[in-house]
Design a protein around this ligand. Structure first.
Ligand SMILES: [Mn+2]
Length: 313
């Protein structure tokens, strides 16, 4: 029998990689033979963890032709899979998004729960089954939870994330200041890195007959970035808007140290929509908002707004 594949969405972030590697370890330990593998480019944040701890680079695959069965972690919508994974092959989905398309995977057992990180759901499986976790999976999962919950300060954070993180950290042994290293590492957006990051962490959604694209950057020093390089960001967004034929587009820039968001767009109807659903005010092309709100929390609000029959945006 073929080995099964455990993977995340195409161009996976730390949560996807950590979740898939951890889940593959869990499944193998419970007798289901599988391996973790990823399509596309792995986010820089993952590379930072791999380099820092000397882990081997995750297996990269061009397609899923060699696998009959696929388990998805941190992914449950077709857009995110970029046409690279046949929905019929997916037997298992573990995700944490309110807006998803799990119903488009006819053979999948689905676990979707609104915790801060998909990696939390994976850690819980080890806890529930009283299984040991490797140092590598524990380190990746701890990092993913810290990253996805914005060091437990994002409003997506749940007690389950905190408990799972504390449990894996008994094995990972990371210090209290680790979060700052992680976020500092991904705050270097000098030169071309800005363009790569905006494109690398871009997602788009279709609600009704409207297409919306959202870039997201989590960093220390967001204010300075949007002030000094706002025009470049807008130029990139305009390009993407044309390429993908989007109706709305913006960037959610998350400032971790000062816990606020900076929204940036020069698109008039996007500004009107964001002002309405997020209760904020644009000054020029930038709007500031206190607290940390993430794309996965904004998407349901946009969906609701766009699906109102009386909307005339
Ligand atoms: Mn995630």
């Amino acid at each position: 029998m073929n080995t099964a594949l455990v993977t995340a969405y195409v161009n996976p972030d730390l949560d996807g990689v950590a979740g898939a590697i951890g889940y593959a370890e869990f499944l193998n330990k419970t007798g289901f033979v599988c391996e973790a593998g990823f399509i596309g480019q792995i986010h820089d944040e993952v590379k930072y963890i791999i380099d820092r701890f000397g882990f081997s680079f995750p297996k990269l695959i061009a397609n899923t032709d060699d696998y009959e069965q696929i388990c998805l972690v941190d992914a449950s919508d077709l857009n995110g899979l970029g046409g690279k994974i046949l929905p019929e092959k997916v037997i298992d989905i573990i995700d944490h998004r309110q807006i998803h398309e799990a119903n488009k995977f006819p053979n999948a057992k689905v676990q979707i729960e609104l915790v801060g990180a998909a990696a939390t759901l994976v850690a819980e499986k080890f806890i529930q089954n009283n299984l040991k976790i490797s140092k590598e999976s524990a380190t990746l999962i701890f990092s993913a939870i810290v990253s996805n919950t914005l060091n437990f300060k994002g409003t997506v954070t749940t007690d389950r994330d905190k408990k799972a993180a504390a449990w894996v950290n008994q094995t990972a042994n990371l210090t209290d200041s680790f979060w700052k290293d992680l976020f500092t590492a991904k705050s270097d957006l000098s030169g071309e890195k800005l363009l790569e990051r905006v494109k690398g962490d871009f997602a788009h959604f279709i609600f009704g007959n409207k297409k919306i694209g959202i870039a997201q950057i989590e960093m220390i020093g967001a204010k300075k970035l949007v002030e000094s390089r706002g025009e470049e960001i807008i130029k990139i967004l305009k390009q993407i808007k044309t390429e993908l034929k989007l109706d709305f587009i913006f960037q959610n820039t998350i400032e971790l140290e000062e816990t606020k968001n900076f929204f940036i767009t020069d698109d008039a109807s996007t500004k009107i929509m964001l002002e309405k659903i997020l209760n904020l005010k644009f000054l020029g092309d930038i709007a500031e908002r206190p607290n940390l709100i993430m794309r996965k929390q904004i998407v349901p609000l946009i969906k609701e707004e766009l699906e109102k029959t009386d909307n005339n945006l």
